[in-house]
Design a protein around this ligand. Structure first.
Ligand SMILES: [Zn+2]
Length: 153
C-alpha cells in the first residue's frame, strides 16, 4: 500500500472542490478503510496472514463500507454508500500501481486467487513524498482559509 498520507493526499486532490464538501469525510473514510480494517490485524497477528489476506480486497472493503453507510441517517445513506465506495476504489486504484516481491493483492477474491499489479513503484517509495504532500495540503488550505476570511470581510 502507499502510505496513508499519500492515500489521503490523492483523496484531498479529488474532493477539495467545494461541491464535494458534503461527502468529503465519507470519501476520506472510504479511502482509508481498506488499510484501517486490515493493517492492524496484519501487524498484530502476522502468522494469520493466510487467513486475513482477504481483508485487503475490494469485495471485503466494499462490504465494510456499505455496512458503515448503514450507520448514517436514512437521508445520507445513499450518498454515503457512493462516497465511501468511491473512496475505496481510489484506494485500490493507487494500490494497483505498486510492485511487490511476492504476490500482490487479490483483486477478485473470493472468485480468483490471481494477483495482479502494475508494478510502477514499491510500497515504500511514496514515503519520501509525504513532506511534499503535507506542505501542499497545509499551504493550499491556509491560502484558501485566508482568501475566505478576506473575501467575506
Ligand atoms: Zn491498501
Amino acid at each position: 500500500m502507499p502510505d496513508l498520507v499519500t492515500h489521503g493526499f490523492a483523496a484531498w486532490l479529488l474532493v477539495r472542490p467545494q461541491r464535494w464538501r458534503r461527502v468529503r469525510l465519507l470519501f476520506f473514510l472510504g479511502t482509508f478503510l481498506p488499510d484501517i480494517i486490515s493493517r492492524p490485524i496484519y501487524i498484530l497477528f502476522p502468522h494469520w496472514q493466510g487467513y486475513t489476506v482477504a481483508m485487503h480486497t475490494p469485495l471485503f472493503a466494499l462490504l465494510c463500507g456499505l455496512l458503515a453507510a448503514e450507520f448514517m441517517t436514512p437521508d445520507l445513506r445513499r450518498c454515503a454508500r457512493l462516497a465511501i465506495s468511491a473512496g475505496i476504489l481510489l484506494h485500490f486504484g493507487l494500490d494497483l500501481m505498486q510492485s511487490h516481491l511476492g504476490d500482490g493483492y487479490y483483486w477478485f477474491f473470493p472468485f480468483s486467487w490471481r494477483s495482479y499489479e502494475l508494478g510502477w513503484f514499491w510500497p515504500e517509495a511514496t514515503v519520501v513524498w509525504v513532506p511534499l504532500w503535507l506542505a501542499i495540503i497545509t499551504t493550499a488550505e491556509a491560502v484558501l482559509a485566508w482568501r475566505g476570511r478576506h473575501s467575506a470581510a
